[in-house]
Design a protein. Sequence first.
Lengths: 481, 447
Amino acid sequence: MEKSIFRYSCPGRIGVSLPELDIPDTPVPEELARDDETGLPQVTEAQAMRHFVRLSNMNYNIEKGIYPLGSCTMKYNPRLHEALARIPGLASVHPLSPDATVQGTLELMYTLGRCLCEITGFKGVTLQPAAGAQGEFAGLMLIRSAHLAAGETGRDKVLMPDSAHGTNPATSTMAGMKVLPVKSNQRGMVDVEDVKAKVGPDTAALMLTNPNTLGLFEADILEITDAVHRAGGLNYMDGANMNALLGIARPGDMGFDVCHLNLHKTFSTPHGGGGPGSGPVCCSERLAPFLPAPVVARTAEGYALSFEENTSFGRLLAFHGNTGVLYRAYAYIRTLGASGLREVTEGAVVNANYLKAMLVGHYPIPYNDGPCMHEFVAGGPEMQGLGLKTLNVAKRLLDYGFHAPTVYFPLIVKEALMMEPTETESKESLDEFAEALLAIAREAREKPHLLTDSPVNTPVLRLDEVKAAKDLIVVEPREEA
Amino acid sequence: MNRFVPNCKTLRNRMLADIGVKNVEDLFAPVPEGIRLKTPLDLPPAMSEMELVSEYNRLARENTAAGLVCFRGAGSYDHFIPAAIDSILSRSEFLTAYTPYQAEVSQGTLQAIFEYQTMMARLCGTQAANAGMYDGASAVAEAALMAIRITGSGRVLVSGSMNPLYMSVLKTYLEPGGFQINEVPFHADGTIDLAAAEALMEGGAAAILLQSPNYFGIIEEIAGASELARANRALLVAAADPVSLGILKAPGSLGADIVVGEGQPLGIPMGYGGPYSGFLATSTEHLRKMPGRIIGRTEDRAGNTGFVMTLQTREQHIRREKATSNICTNQALMALANAVYLTLTGEQGFREIARQCWNKAHYLEEKLLEIGCERVFNAPFFREFALRLPGSAADLEMKLIEKGYLPGLPLPGFGKGAMLFAVTEKRTRDEMDAFVRAISEECREVS
C-alpha cells in the first residue's frame, strides 16, 4: 500500500524550479482569474519520485516475467527503441511544422507505411489511428465510404463471429452499422454456410479476426471472403493476431480488403499500462482514396503530407497519429527484416503449441484438433469436474509470480483461459509457467482453499469490484486531502 | 536466430518433439497452401543496433524543425518538461505493463490513474474525470456523442472558433450516426456569438461545444454559453487548455457540464503530434454515460484500500455493440505523464507556469503591435493570439525558419499576413526581442 499523493502535500512545497519572470507582470482581469485553489498536491521532487516509484513497485510488467494475455501479444519491448524515440530531433518537433523541416520523420513514416503494406499485402495505408479500436473505426469508415461512393446506401450490416473482440461490435455501432452474428462451427471456425445464408444486398462488411480468438486459422477463409464479395460486401480483418502470420500469409492475399495492425502488439511497442498504442490501417487500392487525410507521400521535392484526396472520410486525431509509437515500431521492423519477422512468427507459434502440449491432460483444451497458431484457449465445462474456476486459476497464478492469461474470453468457451506466450519466452520460462498451472490443477483437487483464497502474495488481496461500482469513488475527496 | 527469439535450434527441436510434429512447417499446416507466401517479404535489410542508431540520428538531422525556437501552438505547445517525468515513464513497471486487468498486480497503474482523475477533475472544476482519451480532438468528439446519449437529441452546436482540426474529427465521429452539426459564428472580437447560438437552439440540441481559450487564444464566455445551454436542456461541452486552468476560472465552476481537452501541454513532448492524451471530466451524474475507462477506489478482503477499473459494464468488452464507446487501449502512459507533471509543478508551480505563459504572450503581442502588426481579434487571450503582419505570412514563415524560428501558424482565412502565435514559459525575453527584430527586418524588406 502506498498512500495518496495528496497525503504528502504541505503548503509551500514544490517539485520544479522556474526562472524568474523577466518581463513586466500583466495581471489577469479579475472576472477571468481563477479565485479558488487548483487543489494540486504540493510536494518536492524527491517525494514525487518516491511516491511514483513505490506505486510502480506494485505493478507486474514484461521485464519481470511472462505476460501470457491472449490476443494481447505481450512480447518484450526492446530498450533500444525507447532511446531512439527520445532523440530530440525526433521527439521535439511541432506537428504543424512545414514538411520541408520534418523530412526525417516523414521519411520514416513513409517507409514504415510501405513496410506495413508489404507485410499485409495491401496498397494504401494510414498511420493515424491511435489504437486498434480507432483503426477498426477507420476500416469500417473506408468500407462505408466505398459503398456510398458506389451509390449503395442500403449496406449497413456487419457480419461477425460470436468469438469477436468486443471492440468489433462497438466499432460497428460507431460507424452507423448493425451487427449480424455468424455462427462458429464445431471446429471453432466461422460456419461458411451461415455466412452464405446471411450475406445479401444489406451486407456492408464481414469483420473477422484471423487467426481467430481461439488461435485457429480460418481454414475456409477464401470461401468466406469470396461469399462476401459475391454479395457485394467487403472484408475487414482485425489484425490483433497478426503475430501469427508475419512472412507466412497476408490478409491482402486472403480476400480481405482492409485490416488494422496493433503496433503495440505485433510490433513490440510498449503497452504503457493501457496505451499509447497505434493502429495503422492498410487497405486495397479501391479503398485507398477514402483514407483519412493527410497521408504521407513521396514527391519529387521530398516527403510530404498529401491532402489531395477530397474523397477522404475525414480525420481521426488532431495530428498525424501516435508518432512516438511509429518510431519504435519502425525500429523493430528494421532490426528484424523479412527473415527476422518470420522467425518471430515461427517462435510464437512453436511456443504456443509447446505450452498447449504441456497442459494437455491437465486442463481441458477445446477445439484441439491440430496445431494452434500463436495462442490457444484452455477451459470449457470440464473445468468444473476438475474443481477449477477460471478466476481462481488466474488469481492463484499471481501468487506464483506470473501474470494470468486473458480470462472469460472468447465468450464461446465457458471458463476460458486464453494464452499467448509470444516468441520472446524461452523454453525454460514456458516450463516454469506450465509447472505452475499444473501445480494449481493439483491444488484444486487437494487444497482448494489455496485457490479460493488467492491471491495472497500480491500487494493487495482480492479486490471488491461490487463495492467500487456501488460507492463510485473516482476522485480523492477534497476534505481528505 | 535474432535477439528477440531465445530458443535455439536444439531447444526448438526438443519442443517440436514434445508437440508431436516433425518440423515448424507442420504447425502451419492449417494455413491453406494457396495463400502461403512462397517468397520472403520484400522489406529493407535488417540492421544491427549500431546501424539503427546511426540511421535514426540521420533521420533526426533531417528534421531541421527540431532546432527552431518555437512560437507555434494551434493544439501543440512547447512547454518545459521536467526530467523526473521521463524517469518515471521509463520504468518498466509503468512502461511495459498491460491494461490493468489483474488489479491485484496492477495497483501502481490503477492508483496513479486514480490520482490523475482527481487532478484533472480539480483543475476542470468538476466532480469526476475518466482515465483519459486519445487526444484533445477525439475527446471533443466523444464528449459530443456522450451529450447525444444523455439528452437524446441528435444535433450539436459548435463554435466556429473551435480548432479546425478538432472540428474535422468531430465531423468524422458524428457523421456515420446521422448526427447533425451546426456551426455557431463568432463575433469580430473572437468570442462566440451567443445570440446566433440561441437562434440555432430552435428545435433543441444535445450540446453547445466551445473551446476556451479558443483556436485564436480568445477566452470564451463560458458562463453565458452554459446558461443558454441549460435554458434549452442542452449540455455545455467546454474544451479547455489545461495550462490556462492555473490562472483562469475552471469551466466546471462556470457551468460547463463536460470539460475536455488536450493533455499534451502537461509534460508530453510535441513529438510530431503524438502520443498525446485527451482528458474528459464531468459530474458524477453523467458517469454512467461516459466513454473510456474509469478507475474507482475500493477495498480488498482485508479492508485495505485498493483500486480497480469500475463501471466496466459501459465498455466494449462487456457491452459490445451497446457500449458507450469502442475505446479500449487509450493513452495510459501519457495520462501518467500528466499526473507526474501536475504533481511536480503542484499548486504553486502550475499557477506560476500559467502566469508566465499569460505574461509572455502579452509581452510578445505588445512588441509586435509596436512594430506595426495589427490585432485580428480584440478580446482577452491566453498564451496564443492572432495578428496581421505586413506582407505574406507564407513568405514570412519560410524566411523566419531560415533565421531559426518556427513562427506563428499562417491563418489564410484572416488575411494574407495573418498568423497565430503561441508563447510558453520556455521563451525568454531575449528570444522574444530577437524574434521581433527578425520579423521587423523581414517586414521592412517587403514594405
